[in-house]
Design a protein around this ligand. Structure first.
Ligand SMILES: C[S@@+](CC[C@H](N)C(=O)[O-])C[C@H]1O[C@@H](n2cnc3c(N)ncnc32)[C@H](O)[C@@H]1O
Length: 288
């Protein structure tokens, strides 16, 4: 039986129709969910993990094809030691032209840079290190004497990030903490006992880890009393893949104690998929 094909590539018409249908379905769902301020269910990490069939991704927080290691090698090969701007450029170039990386990226990175420059924080906490890209931008934007504590659940990712920070010359301003705030208090106790996290000591938090952990982890940080009036919390990926309970919290009654600016932006390294970054400042009487 003859199969009808389209164009020189000889793609069967049915395959083209299927691709168009899938693209329309995905696009429609993205737009509909975006308008409703909800996450896109099939873009959740858990679903992507399932689709990718990668157990390693679940275990190590990596994509599973070695791209994170390849990035560390690339940075070591081509970046000039101590050239922080150059290392950030190498990573952006790798993510755009070689393999996509789930970094905050250059567009949303500017929002993060600006928030840090405005807040002038001295003690910063990041949840979700990955390959250390946002930590590099943070180290560049934070004032002299500041220190970033970056928490990452995957030891493999923390190791990649550490190597990259060493090339960039910022390793002495960043403390890597392997763990998660939801591990029954182990990591929070370590932050308190080993790193001096105490009442009102945290000036800035960047949430960029498991989206379902944003709100529980923020509430843990609040309960520990680590924030003070004027502390700033920036949250990435609030719409894509989405942190709906966090968004509802900041938009709802409990969010009254925060002043939140919603930055409409795009998912990293492209201009089609929308995303939202929230920048929230804790209200109250700021310390002198
Ligand atoms: C989107 S990436 C972080 C990107 C990074 N902030 C950047 O912009 O360069 C998310 C990271 O969070 C880590 N992660 C996931 N759940 C976590 C948790 N509960 N605590 C800490 N890290 C977590 C993953 O292993 C992954 O490396």
């Amino acid at each position: 039986m003859m199969r009808r094909t389209v164009g020189s590539a000889g793609v069967p018409e049915r395959a083209v129709a299927l691709m168009v249908f899938v693209a329309a379905f995905v696009g429609g769902a993205v737009v509909a969910n975006r308008l409703a301020g909800k996450p896109v269910p099939f873009l959740r990490w858990s679903v992507l993990r399932f689709l990718l069939g990668s157990r390693r991704l679940v275990r190590e927080g990596q994509v599973g094809d070695g791209r994170e290691e390849a990035l560390a090698r690339r940075v070591a090969e081509v970046a000039r030691p101590g050239d922080l701007d150059g290392v950030i450029e190498v990573i952006d170039d790798f993510a755009r032209h070689k393999s996509f990386l789930m970094n905050v990226g250059d567009e949303k990175g500017l929002l993060l840079d600006d928030a840090i420059s405005r807040a002038r924080p001295l003690r910063l906490l990041e949840l979700g290190t990955y390959c250390g890209y946002s930590a590099l931008r943070t180290a560049r934007a934070m004032p002299p004497g500041a220190r970033l504590y970056s928490v990452e659940s995957s030891p493999a990712n923390a190791d990649v990030a550490q190597r990259i920070w060493e090339v960039a010359g910022v390793a002495d301003r960043i403390t890597s903490v392997v763990g998660s705030l939801g591990d029954g208090g182990v990591t929070m106790d370590r932050l308190a006992s080993e790193h001096g996290f105490s009442s009102g000591s945290v000036d800035f938090v960047f949430l960029d880890h498991a989206k379902e952990a944003y709100l529980p982890d923020l509430l843990r940080i609040e309960s520990a009393g680590w924030l003070h009036p004027g502390s700033v919390v920036v949250a990435d990926n609030v719409v894509m893949p989405g942190a709906p309970d966090y968004l509802a919290y900041m938009r709802g009654e409990e969010g009254c104690k925060w002043r939140t600016v919603e930055h409409r932006t795009h998912v990293e390294y492209q201009k089609v998929l929308p995303d939202l970054v929230l920048e929230s400042t804790l209200l109250g009487v700021a310390r002198p």
